[in-house]
Write a protein that binds this ligand. Structure first.
Ligand SMILES: C[S@@+](CC[C@H](N)C(=O)[O-])C[C@H]1O[C@@H](n2cnc3c(N)ncnc32)[C@H](O)[C@@H]1O
Length: 409
């Protein structure tokens, strides 16, 4: 019998990454190689901000477009199996929490959602479980958006009734999404941006455009929530490392700017590699700045937590879901199975297990290898509430938001 209701939280302090599978093709490899060799410059022309931005968007879109969908068997054998499931747990909890908040005020309301930076539709079935009415999916990677649509159609065939949906391939840091909606007057109850917002922190104008897309059609009292890498965590780990590079057997992060010259507010680029899944440059999100910018768009911070704290905040309420989607590995390994990592990665679990009272020979605990947990704890979750606008003399919306209050959210 598995006594997997006991969870032993890894003691290491660290973070996570969204997932999906990847096999690179030659184009993508070339594109990434060019980017690595000369990250700040365009090959054929003198350095130029516009070209750099376009180069970066191309690299990101190419990377995600070429991620292959992995089958169930491959996913089971993945070195980040539990990490991937844990990320899905965080996203499911966020979706559940904020759909519930809307329903608490307006039970029975038909919910409309924008899933921005949707990728291949990792959250398609989460929206189904949340019983929403309509979802607009948007992402820069055209192939991913097509895969998202195909997966949506498959889900629809399987379950009969499903929310209605539309699919938009667009650079959400440069394009106006509203111009692309079937109904530009649509009003969203929820906007979700999972593991994607940090791409907009390449420049102020891109972050602004992203926030405009997020906020423009979000109704007052609606919620914007998501997940991003925690810049504070990345910077503190990088500062403790050689050459501002750190990682373990499954991930690696390298800062691509010199922190001795300070931390840029935008364009603070780093390379992120996650074994077999992600290999892409990203940007640090200065959270205080993000909160200030969001306030300009009527968004008030109501929740923020690093994943380790998010787990503490929600693990009791969403315990069953943790089990159902297998977020933790059984320790010791059940007969005939091997642990995903080396024995040393389970020292915390071993200690916890040894100290268990009434331990029967077959009892097991649920845990995560230190390597996976070090990735999981790089990330943080956040939520903002859209405020009601006050109209100024020129007919422009203004919002009364205290960013001081937000600090304690
Ligand atoms: C890590 S994936 C997350 C996908 C999905 N939200 C999930 O949780 O499974 C990040 C996504 O952000 C998208 N992205 C990056 N830059 C973007 C941009 N400028 N506009 C729209 N999407 C972008 C990528 O194409 C990718 O699909």
């Amino acid at each position: 019998m598995d006594k997997s209701t006991e969870f032993s939280e890894p003691t290491s302090k660290n973070g996570e990454k969204p997932t999906d599978s990847a096999e690179e093709n030659t184009d993508k490899k070339e594109s990434l190689k060019r980017h690595r060799e000369n990250p700040e410059e365009n090959e054929d022309a003198p350095p130029n901000k516009v070209q750099q931005n376009e180069e970066h968007a191309t690299v990101v879109a190419a990377h995600y477009n070429h991620l292959e969908e992995k089958g169930l068997k491959e996913r089971f054998n993945s070195p980040i199996f539990y990490l991937r499931n844990f990320n899905n747990w965080v996203k499911s909890v966020l979706i559940q929490e904020y759909t519930d908040k809307i329903r608490e005020k307006d039970y029975g309301k038909a919910l409309r959602v924008l899933d921005i930076c949707c990728g291949k539709g990792g959250d398609l079935s989460k929206w189904q479980k949340a019983r929403v009415e309509r979802v607009v999916f948007a992402d820069i990677a055209q192939v991913s958006v097509q895969q998202c649509e195909t997966r949506y159609q498959d889900l629809r065939k399987r379950c009969g009734h499903l929310y209605s949906a539309e699919f938009i391939a667009a650079d959400c840091t440069k394009d106006t999404l509203r111009d692309k909606y079937t109904d530009p007057s649509i009003s969203f109850d929820l906007v979700s941006c999972q593991f994607g917002l940090h791409y907009s922190f390449e420049s102020l104008s891109q972050a602004r455009r992203m926030l405009t897309n997020i906020s423009e059609c979000l109704r007052p009292d609606g919620y914007f929530f998501g997940t991003i890498p925690d810049a504070y965590e990345i910077v503190s780990r990088a500062q403790k490392s050689d050459n501002y590079t750190f990682g373990n057997r499954i991930f690696n992060i390298k800062l691509l700017f010199d922190p001795k010259e300070g931390y840029p507010l935008f364009g603070a680029k780093y390379d992120f590699h996650l074994e077999g899944v992600v290999d892409c440059p990203e940007f640090l999100v200065n959270f205080q700045l993000f909160v200030k910018l969001a306030a300009e768009f009527g968004l008030e911070l109501v929740y923020k937590a690093r994943f380790a704290d998010f787990y503490k905040d929600h693990s009791e309420k969403y315990k069953q879901l943790l089990h159902r989607i297998i977020c933790f590995e059984s320790y010791p390994a059940p007969p005939g199975k091997e642990l995903i990592g080396d024995a040393a990665e389970y020292a915390h679990a071993h200690k916890f297990w040894e100290e268990l009272e009434d331990k029967k020979e077959c009892d097991r605990i649920g845990t995560m290898s230190v390597c996976e947990w070090e990735v999981a704890t790089i990330y943080m979750a956040f939520a903002f509430k859209k405020k009601k606008p006050v109209w100024d003399a020129d007919g422009k919306p203004t919002y009364k938001i205290s960013t001081e209050k937000s600090k304690s959210a």
